[in-house]
Ligand binder design. Structure first.
Ligand code: XMP
Length: 513
């Protein structure tokens, strides 16, 4: 990998990977590490810069996450954000206190743009704040370079020691010029040249995978979705025929998807892969019988996947590694960091406790969906695959409210196929972030022909998002929605009503479960 590395030390904030992603957007390679990362290891990694993240704690609490003061004396530039800024102040002898007035959300910040951190940033910006503590007194050798009406130290710097701190969050979209501020840090303070590209990630990952796997055998859990496809191709480039891709056709896929995936990754497709398709619809429907609670469904599907992969691995013999296409939002929402559990993404929190593989490899674990797509393009995966609609590992098992049955699966598959067809016809398929049909558990009275019906309501969902961590409602023209609704009630048996979900994320999630 290009030696230009910036590391983010994670103190438990919500936006840690977002910081890393923003730095990568500046063409500088960036990784997130726990705040406990050993100082010797940091020296060895020789980063051009270090960023301390935010976090929910107060620096003066004994049990709060803290790194040693020595990090600040390595001569490596450090930028502290929110809690990270307070930590720099605390470790350097400044004073951090509970602010008389907390600041949450969009806040006007006065900037002193003589600071290299704020070069070419206007004197006044709107920035995203989220704090109750603040720096009340800057440490010796530091100077204040931004303020708000209630926060005397919205940013500070110690040019000689290359230490910088912002109380606000430059990494979030709501902070005006946030990317500019981060790029000032990585270019002007750390002296990075910005030579990193996604192709470097791809090359380096292939090299590392080759080293890790050695002569071992690898099984890749391939769903045909973007993430697992990119993971499979990475592994295939790294270890060739030591890899076997196992595709579980579990009856929870989209309409015709089993055949479509086989056409791409099977023996007639463009890749020279060991590909096994396991038809296991009845097995999954059986396990899901009577289950209505969404987390339980996820756990069951996750467990069944793993058991199936273990069985396949046993047939192949001596398989040490299982590869999954886990990406960053899966990790964060499964609550494996410090954040709350939103849901157990099947390839993360949905894993059973005991898994019969020596190691699970997740080469995309730190990337966001759009970054995975860039990696896919670098790998030469056809665009129609790379820009496919995201589809969750547990499939339509989590797009059916209430019990999952084969009949309900067919309803969702048929309704979703119509929806996708009409969206494509209307030329909207490239501009929408994610869209799909789901099945509510609600049946209601309708009238069709001359008869009464008592059938299900299908719900249509469409959102726009770039990182899938947040999303907003996509506004689909009424005539398109009307056409989809009319086709669904006419063509899909068992449905007499079509609803449109108008909620963003938050407060909802993208999936409908
Ligand atoms: P949510 O519903 O959590 O979805 O807002 C965010 C993105 O993640 C996808 N998703 C999953 N992907 N396994 C996956 O591989 C999962 O268990 C899973 N759950 C949600 C979802 O489709 C959306 O793109």
């Amino acid at each position: 990998m290009d030696k230009e590395l910036v590391i983010v030390l994670d103190f438990g904030g919500q936006y840690n990977q977002l910081i890393a992603r923003r730095v990568r957007e500046c063409n500088v390679y960036c990784e997130v590490h726990p705040y406990t990362l050993d100082i010797g290891k940091i020296r060895e990694m020789n980063p051009k810069g270090i960023i301390f993240t935010g976090g929910p704690d107060s620096v003066y609490n004994e049990e709060s996450p803290r790194c040693g003061k020595e990090i600040l004396g390595l001569g490596i530039p450090v930028l502290g954000i929110c809690y990270g800024s307070q930590l720099i102040a605390y470790l350097s002898g400044g004073k951090v206190k509970t602010a008389p007035v907390s600041e949450f959300g969009k806040t006007e910040v006065n900037i002193d743009n003589s600071s290299v951190l704020f070069q070419d940033v206007p004197g006044n910006i709107i920035a995203w704040m989220s704090h109750t503590d603040y720096i009340a007194e800057v440490p010796e050798g530091f100077r204040i370079c931004a303020t708000t009406p209630v926060c005397p130290v919205a940013a500070m710097e110690c040019k000689e020691k290359k230490l910088y701190a912002t109380q606000f969050h430059p990494e979030v979209m709501h902070t005006q010029q946030g990317t500019k501020i981060l790029s000032n840090f990585v270019y002007n303070v750390c002296g990075c040249t910005g030579s990193w590209k996604m192709s470097s990630f791809v090359d380096e990952t292939i090299k590392n995978l080759r080293e890790k796997v050695g002569n071992g055998k690898v099984l890749c859990a391939l769903s045909g979705g973007v993430d697992s496809s990119v993971a499979a191709v990475l592994l295939s480039k790294a270890v060739g025929k030591q890899l076997t891709c196992v595709f579980a056709d579990h009856g929870l896929l989209r309409k015709n998807e089993g055949d479509e995936v086989e056409a791409v990754f099977g023996p007639d497709g463009p890749y020279d892969l060991n590909f096994i398709r396991v038809n296991c619809q009845e097995r999954f429907y059986g396990k899901l019988k009577g289950v209505t609670e969404p987390e339980q469904k996820r756990k069951i599907i996750g467990e069944e996947f793993i058991r199936l992969f273990e069985e396949e691995a046993k047939k192949i013999g001596a398989v040490d590694f299982l590869v999954q296409g886990t990406i960053y939002p899966d990790v964060i929402e499964s609550g494996l960091g410090k954040s709350a559990v939103i849901k157990s993404h099947h390839n993360v929190g949905g894993l059973p406790e005991c898994v019969n593989f020596k190691e699970i490899i997740e080469p995309l674990r730190m990337l966001f969906k759009d970054e995975v797509r860039k990696a896919g393009i670098e790998l030469g995966i056809p665009e129609h695959l790379v820009f496919r609609q995201p589809f969750p590992g547990p499939g339509i098992g989590i797009r059916i409210i209430g019990e999952v049955t084969a009949d309900k699966c067919h309803i969702v598959q048929d309704a979703d196929a119509i929806y996708r067809e009409e969206i494509a016809k209307a030329g909207l398929d490239k501009s929408l972030g994610q869209y799909f049909a789901a099945l509510t558990n609600m049946r209601s009275v309708g009238v069709m022909g001359d008869g009464r019906t008592y059938d299900y309501a299908v719900v249509l969902r469409a959102v726009n998002t770039s990182d899938f961590m947040t999303a907003e409602l996509a506004q689909i023209p009424w005539d398109v929605l009307g056409k989809v609704a009319s086709r669904i009630v006419n063509e899909v048996k068992g449905v007499n009503r079509v609803l449109y979900d108008c909620t963003g994320k938050p407060p909802a999630t993208i999936e409908f479960e």
